[in-house]
Write a protein that binds this ligand. Structure first.
Ligand code: FES
Length: 118
């Protein structure tokens, strides 16, 4: 039976800032993009639904627009941070793949029913 797994300390997720986390799932390394949005911790696979590329332009470096949306560095798809839905760009209305997390006791943990298959 799988258990939840530590992702990061809660205070590492800063409102409006995006960062990358490496996570091992069933022997495979996965990369996540994490943030805090309206006080809520968010995590998605760091895979753009347009062409499957990482969203960042350098390790742990992400673009955002003036409204705080996440912008893919490859072709400029813009993702809102409530649901991870693309609101502009070549994959409009596609969604980032959310990873189920829970924040408690100063920790952010990935829940056992996480979706990490890319
Ligand atoms: S790979 Fe992200 S917009 Fe093309």
């Amino acid at each position: 039976m799988k258990t939840d797994e530590f992702l990061c300390c809660a205070d590492e997720l800063i409102e409006g800032q995006f960062s990358e986390r490496r996570f091992q799932s069933e022997g495979e390394i996965r990369y996540l993009v994490v943030t805090r949005h309206r006080g809520v911790a968010k995590a998605w696979l760091n895979v753009c639904p347009h062409q499957g590329r990482p969203l960042n332009w350098a390790p742990d470096r992400f673009l955002s627009d003036d409204q705080g949306n996440l912008v893919c560095a490859a072709h400029g798809a813009v993702f809102e941070c409530d649901q991870g839905r693309c609101i502009s760009g070549p994959c409009k209305n596609a969604n980032l793949r959310a990873v189920a997390i829970e924040e408690s006791d100063g920790q952010v943990r990935i829940l056992p029913d996480r979706t990490l298959s890319a």
